[in-house]
Design a protein around this ligand. Structure first.
Ligand code: PLP
Length: 257
């Protein structure tokens, strides 16, 4: 069995963050472990409070896992602040996991900042060069690249810029454009598009977390980058199709369809 580690924030409502990651790892038949970077108080309607975990506690969690257990892949989600990012990067440079999927989480769908504005540059400098694959949505891709994307044709230059910044491969998720939800995978040589129909639901809380965790699990299980993206996109699409209308806001995706 493959051992997967998520380094991310806790979502009390269970739809995103650490909870989505662990459910996704389980749904892929892998063993999930977690390093918690922040505790968020949130539900389907929004985030009400966040407490970041001290960087030294994050460091101790990472050390505890890697010093004892083989880690086949790491997924990184909410990383809040520059000190936290620097700590994670330092530990990953030391332990050198083979597969690192970076979901550059910045703002929740409800509009709450999950990454301090001053931490964006640190994330790019410290974590992008460690990423096997980075999975920005369009607003995140724009912040990372400093470029605007208003149409599909503009996704490729942004992907190229993100690779110049150090990531080995990038999946630019096109769901924020009107129309279909088409994603671009670029590894520096081959451009591959993954087409997706837009599903008419408001229950999409945690889709980004679920996709990046699924990618980490599929890559750890030996799938190629392109096969992992195809399989993970299919998994998330089904998770959205069967999403749960719980709570008064944006409900969670269904991890065990
Ligand atoms: N809360 C936490 C802890 C997260 O890591 C994420 C991940 O992106 C979110 C919330 C955002 O969830 P969403 O934007 O899908 O509502």
């Amino acid at each position: 069995m493959k051992h997967l580690l998520t380094i991310a924030g806790s979502d009390s409502s269970g739809g995103a963050g650490i909870q989505a990651d662990l459910k996704t790892f389980a749904a892929h038949g892998t063993f999930g472990m977690s390093v918690i970077t922040a505790v968020t108080a949130q539900n389907t309607q929004g985030v009400t409070m966040v407490q970041d975990i001290d960087a030294e506690v994050i460091e101790a969690q990472i050390n505890a896992v890697f010093d004892d257990i083989r880690v086949d892949a790491v997924k990184i989600g909410m990383v809040s602040r520059p000190e936290i990012i620097k700590t994670i990067a330092d530990r990953l440079r030391y332990y050198k996991p083979q597969i690192v999927v970076l979901d550059p989480v910045m703002i929740s769908k409800s509009g709450y900042p999950l990454l301090a504005p001053e931490a964006c540059a640190t994330l790019v400098q410290e974590l992008l060069p460690l990423a096997t694959l980075v999975t920005p949505n369009l607003p995140e891709a724009e912040v990372i690249s400093g470029m605007k994307v208003t149409m599909k044709e503009e996704m490729r230059p942004v992907a190229e810029r993100i690779l110049e910044l150090g990531a080995k491969a990038v999946l630019v998720k096109g769901g924020h454009l009107n129309g279909s939800a088409d994603d671009l995978l670029f590894d520096g040589s081959t451009e591959r598009w993954f087409m997706g129909d837009r599903i008419d639901t408001k229950n999409t809380h945690g889709t980004g977390c679920t996709l990046s965790s699924s990618l980490a699990a599929n890559l750890a299980q030996g799938l190629s980058l392109a096969d992992a993206v195809a399989a993970s996109k299919a998994y998330v699409t089904e998770a959205i199709e069967y999403s749960l209308p719980i709570g008064g806001g944006c409900g969670p995706t269904h991890h065990f369809v």
